[in-house]
Design a protein around this ligand. Sequence first.
Ligand code: IMP
Ligand code: MG
Length: 186
Amino acid sequence: MQDRRLKTLLSSEQIRAGVGRLAERIAADFRGQEPVVIGVLTGSIVLLADLIRQIDLPLQVGLVQARSYRGAATVPGRLEIHAELLPDVRGRDVLLVDDIFDTGRTLAALVRQIAALGPGSLRSAVLLRKRERQEVQLEPDYFVFEIPNVFVVGYGLDYRDSYRHLPYLAQLDEADLVGADLGPGG
Ligand code: IMP
Ligand code: MG
C-alpha cells in the first residue's frame, strides 16, 4: 500500500503562499463582516485550519460532511450530505470551504442546501480546481490553484482515506488507480 508512486504537484511552500493570498482576498472582501467559515469534512480540514488562522477578521467556524461514493477515481457517484454539525447560518455571511472543485457536484449541492437555510450571503472557496471536469453551473467564488485532470492526494485529500496528512500535494500514478474502488470519499 505504501509503495504507490507519488509525484509532487505542489510543494508545501507553494500551498502556504497560495493559502496566504486566499486569506488576504477573503479578509478584504469580508471587511466589516464576521463570517461563518464552514469546512467540508473531511477533505477541507487541513486547508480550513491553515486558512482560518490567516484571515484577519472576527469569525466563527463550522463543519458539514459530504461524502461522494466513487466507483473509480474519476467517476463521481452518489452524494451524501450530513448537516448535523452545521451551525445556525440564518442571516450570517457564510464562506464554504472545500479541498477541491472537481465536477463541482459536491459544492453545488452544499450551496443549494445552505442557501435554503437563509444566510445573509454565501460564498465558496476551494484550494484546487481541475480543468475540464466541471459539470455544474456554479463557479466557486475563490480557488487557489488550477490543476490538470489527475488524481491528487495530500493536504487533506485522500485515496481510500490515506495520504490526507501529507503537507504537500502529490499526484498518484495512474497505474495505481486502474480499476480502483475508492469507497466513500469526502
Ligand atoms: P466533485 O463533487 O466532483 O467536485 O468532487 C468533490 C470531492 O471529490 C472532493 O471534495 C474530494 O473529496 C473528491 N475528489 C475529487 N477529485 C479528487 C482527487 O483528485 N483526489 C482526491 N479526492 C478527490
Ligand atoms: Mg472532499
